[in-house]
Design a protein around this ligand. Structure first.
Ligand SMILES: [Zn+2]
Length: 639
């Protein structure tokens, strides 16, 4: 009998001792970090609303209760009863019965009404039919990404369960090592921005945190081949943890599966969906530019199949000696500060990922309270001594001025923007400005992946800032559904119509004018001096966006039928700073100053050489802590 089997037998005995005598436990098994309890008496189990919570805290495990397949009622009978119990206003759009696990996946417009107060409606469902209900939100804006991911996971359900059972055994294996140490090795994003990647290791466990590419630097990938990482084989890695979906953190995770990795990827649910969207786009762009991509869409699907979603604040076992907790990072949808508790009280490390310290319109500011933390691995993108950003309020005022001036002269405004994050922030600014009369009402056209990314945001309101979430939940005042917003889905013809029409605002990808529909808007708007292009995001060295920002007005265009031409840019160009998804120098300092508890050591990473040096020395002088500005491929021993 293996140690995991013995452990499961012991757990079953403990559970049997804890539950009332009329409840039969038929099996206990691990699926990923979760303990799944099968019972022949699901209805009795559900009658005590507090039982699962008591078991979870006694056994210190995440627990799911499922009916033994032998005792399930027929889906047809169950469906009728389930529909009677759920109030009509919940807006159920799909009911999916899985007889193999006794689960019903309920897709509804208002999941809260299916769940009920403290889960009372869910319990009522189980008490009536014996099945275990699981609830997901119907996206308020149709999202092909969300529905593709859900359909794919549905179709791969059997295989996924095998994967989860295997991972579950791996997580709960017997600890072999009697040595104790904790190390972090830097594989990328040190004294540079891009290719974020770290290894966190103990004698027992090795975890890879992030695995990104370096935008604009083809072939510069993290140092994955060193012995601490994949050098000893991809399957020597126990887990991959992803802080957020941006490609400089996520692009190369599918490559791990190509190398033979088949373990878990931990991230939040919205990060999983955004990651899928961005990785597929990454392959698309590579194909369009005639580059051979490092992996295929098959590996993106593998990544999604191996993803184990984690909610903010949930403590999750990811190895015999390691627990992971994710906290809101305020940077983009689903972004997380990742906290690792190692051993039984041995050591704690937090990886900031990318953060925004202050609240923005979209997100609450980054969380910096932990039960314990000795070392912080901290982003320093704007850590330079002069990296202070304009207040967002001032930026918004300036943006509104520019829009009003352009409107008065009958012109149109085009804003190049990243699909994820800044576009939704701008949508909120524009919606409010039109509602309060700060700018005139006019259409706002969204081009490229912006609409799809917005749809994903509206699917996960729990991850948005409190008051925005409440507007979406309670008042049916979803600002993203405002009538000004128009999705450009008719291609060139629709763009021509917009160009021939009245004053309007266009948000379009790519954010640095390196391709995508923004090129077409340049052609449509560029030669009219009444129009305006407004930059709201960072324009990297070497991009067309940076050149235009610097005054370039002869733009080479690859025209139709492979004829190249030059566009003379007549429209005005403006830059409005302050809409960054990153904390500025002040925000980074505040994050550390107010951090509770304050860490003993800080590794300053993810910033240009001078930014990390500046930031590291500032933290040392101000807070008297041990700080480092590591290079790539350094290893730190903490304990
Ligand atoms: Zn980021």
């Amino acid at each position: 009998m293996s140690s995991v089997e013995r452990q499961l037998d012991d757990l079953q005995a403990e559970i049997e001792a804890e539950v009332p005598g009329d409840i039969t436990i038929s099996d206990v098994t691990y699926e990923g970090p979760e303990l799944v309890v099968y019972t022949r008496d699901p209805k009795e189990f559900a009658s005590d609303g507090d039982l699962v919570r008591r078991l979870a805290s006694k056994l210190r495990k995440r627990i799911t209760v499922r009916p033994d397949p032998d005792v399930l009622s027929h889906p047809r009978d169950a469906e009728e009863q389930v529909r009677k119990i759920i109030p009509d206003e919940a807006g159920v759009t799909d009911l999916d019965f899985h007889a193999d696990t006794g689960e019903i996946v309920i897709e509804a417009e208002k999941p809260g009404m299916v769940i009920g107060r403290h889960g009372s409606t869910l319990r009522e469902i189980t008490q009536a039919v014996g099945w275990t209900p699981e609830v997901v939100r119907t996206p308020p804006i149709e999202s092909s990404t969300v529905s593709n991911v859900r359909n794919f996971l549905k179709q791969e359900r059997d295989e996924r369960r095998d994967v989860l059972e295997r991972i579950g055994r791996q997580i709960h294996r017997e600890e072999m090592a009697d040595d104790e140490w904790v190390r972090v090795t830097t594989l990328g994003c040190c004294r540079e921005v891009g290719r974020a990647s770290f290894i966190l290791s103990t004698p027992e466990t090795r975890v890879l945190i992030d695995c990104g590419d370096k935008p604009g630097a083809e072939g510069e990938v993290p140092y994955l081949q060193v012995p601490e990482a994949l050098g000893a084989g991809a399957n020597t890695i126990d887990a991959v943890v992803l802080t957020h979906a941006h490609l400089d953190h996520s692009a190369l995770i599918p490559l791990l599966f190509k190398y033979g990795y088949d373990g878990p990827v931990y991230c939040t649910e919205p990060t999983r969906d955004l990651m899928g969207l961005l990785q597929l786009d990454y392959l698309d762009v590579a194909a369009k530019e005639g580059r051979a991509p490092p992996y295929e869409s098959e590996q993106v699907r593998e990544t999604i199949k191996h993803t184990i979603p984690i909610e903010y604040g949930d403590v999750t076992d990811i190895a015999p000696d390691m627990k992971l907790t994710m906290h809101n990072a305020g940077h983009i949808l689903g972004s997380a500060v990742c906290h690792f508790h190692i051993g039984d009280g041995l050591y704690n490390v937090a990886f900031s990922g990318d953060i925004h310290y202050d609240d923005t319109r979209l997100f609450n500011g980054a969380v910096n309270e932990f039960p314990r933390v000795e070392t912080l691995v901290m982003e320093s993108t704007y850590g330079g001594r002069n990296d202070y950003q304009t207040d967002q309020e001032d930026s918004e005022r300036k943006l509104k001025e520019v829009i009003n001036e352009t409107y008065e002269r009958d012109g149109k405004v085009v804003i190049p923007a990243f699909a994820v994050g800044r576009s939704q922030e701008l949508m909120l600014v524009l919606e409010e400005a039109m509602r309060t009369g700060d700018i005139p009402e006019m259409p706002v056209h969204l081009d490229g992946m912006i609409w799809e990314a917005t749809a994903i945001h509206t699917t996960y309101p729990e991850y948005l800032r409190d008051d925005l979430r409440d507007r979406i939940f309670h008042d049916d005042e979803n600002p993203f559904l405002a009538e000004q917003f128009n999705h450009i889905d008719g291609g060139e013809e629709e763009r021509q119509e917009v160009a021939d029409g009245d004053p309007c605002i266009v948000l379009s990808t790519s954010g640095m004018v390196t391709g995508g529909p923004i090129m077409s808007w340049l052609r449509h708007f560029g030669s009219d001096p009444d129009n305006r292009m407004v930059f709201v995001g960072y324009q990297a060295q070497g991009t067309l966006g940076r050149r235009i920002q610097n005054g370039w007005d002869e733009i080479p265009m690859s025209g139709d039928r492979s004829r190249s031409s030059t566009l003379t840019l007549e429209m005005d160009v403006e830059t409005v700073d302050g809409f960054s998804g990153h904390a500025d120098r002040q925000g980074l300092e505040n994050f550390v100053r107010t951090m509770n508890p304050r860490p003993e050591k800080v590794l300053c990473v993810h910033g240009d050489e001078s930014s990390v040096q500046d930031f590291s020395s500032a933290l040392y002088h101000e807070f008297n802590m041990r700080t480092f500005a590591p290079k790539n491929l350094e290893t730190f021993r903490f304990e």
